[in-house]
Design a protein around this ligand. Structure first.
Ligand code: SF4
Length: 331
């Protein structure tokens, strides 16, 4: 009997993880080791599912499942406690202050969302997945947090160039992709928070917008959404990002090909960096096998004998080290 070969599934999060550090992908996807969690990641995941839950079947004319903001906040307290009690043993760091800090962040996010969307129409889709053939043996997968209808006024204000003779251009659908963010470390929401969104966005946000816009186009007979909106739940600010056209498609193709190459060649290099490694769910596992570790050069440094070098203490802070000829071992 012929064996069916499973398509390689490439998502925006895989592309971003490959950019961050392919070794992280190796631990997660190849060795199938779940990463150590953290308060910020759990808060992000929980806020997403909590917002979806707000639209669960409601009684009568009620907008949300929770009748009042105060009942929604009480529910958040409960689910946050349950989540932390259950998952804290697998956290990178157990810390009472962080637990409290993210409990508060969750309340802020839920309160913003609850109030700001009371008068708005419900999303037309939530956490809607896509799985699209990309090339032979490769699929593009992911999910949009929300798809929302864009009114004519909204489009006329935000994207007047796609309205032709008073009507939306045929290349578009009156739909906006909405991505909910709590400030989870993957995403730099600074540009949105600082001045309402005119600063440059980071690479992960750009890759996400390109991927989700292109996935939408492919799922909707070649029609684009009006745009991709980042909704920063902590501040309530939103930013519309437009990443469409041939150049974006080429950029996405390059990233997809790079991820597929790494997977097919099975060479997963490490890209160590202090900020990334500190937040990495595989930090303990990854560092166990490293004698000397340099954040500075994105290169692992090993002594010939695999013994820590004498200048280790100095290296930690000054990043002065000798290059070794020996290659880092592949885990
Ligand atoms: S600890 Fe650093 S080098 Fe290791 S997998 Fe994580 S990000 Fe990569």
């Amino acid at each position: 009997m012929e064996k069916t070969v499973k398509a390689i599934q490439v998502s925006e999060s895989l592309i971003n993880a490959m950019n961050r550090c392919p070794k992280e992908v190796y631990f997660r996807k190849v060795l199938k080791i779940p990463p150590k969690d953290s308060y910020d990641k759990e808060c992000g995941k929980l806020a997403h599912s909590f917002i979806k839950l707000l639209y669960r079947k409601k009684r009568g004319e009620r907008k949300y499942f929770y009748k009042t903001l105060s009942s929604a906040i009480k529910a958040w307290y409960r689910v946050w406690k349950l989540t932390c009690d259950e998952k804290e043993p697998n956290f990178l760091l157990i810390d009472k202050d962080q637990r409290l800090e993210y409990q508060r962040l969750g309340i802020t996010c839920i309160s913003h969302y609850y109030n700001e969307n009371l008068q708005k129409s419900d999303p037309i889709a939530m956490e809607k997945g896509f799985n699209i053939p990309w090339s032979l043996g490769v699929n593009l997968v992911g999910k949009w947090d929300q798809l929302r209808t864009a009114t004519h006024d909204y489009i006329a204000t935000r994207r007047p160039e796609i309205i032709v003779n008073g009507v939306l251009s045929e290349s578009y659908l009156p739909i906006v992709i909405v991505e909910l963010k709590t400030g989870y470390f993957d995403y730099d929401l600074g540009p949105i928070r600082s001045n309402g969104g005119t600063n440059k966005l980071g690479l992960p946000e750009i890759i996400q917008a390109i991927t989700y816009t292109e996935a939408f186009r492919r799922c909707h007979a070649g029609k684009y959404p009006v745009g991709h909106t980042i909704y920063d739940l902590e501040t309530g600010k939103t930013r519309l990002i437009v990443k469409e056209g041939k150049l974006c498609q080429e950029i996405l193709a390059d990233y997809v090909n790079n991820a597929v190459d790494i997977i097919q060649n099975q060479v997963y290099p490490r890209y160590p960096n202090k900020d990334k490694c500190d937040a990495c769910g595989y930090k303990m596992l990854c560092l166990e096998n490293i004698d000397l570790y340099s954040y500075k050069t994105a290169t692992l440094v090993f002594s010939e004998s695999n013994e820590p070098k004498k200048e280790f203490e100095q290296l930690k802070f000054k990043f002065k080290y000798k290059k070794s000829k020996s290659k880092p071992p592949v885990i």
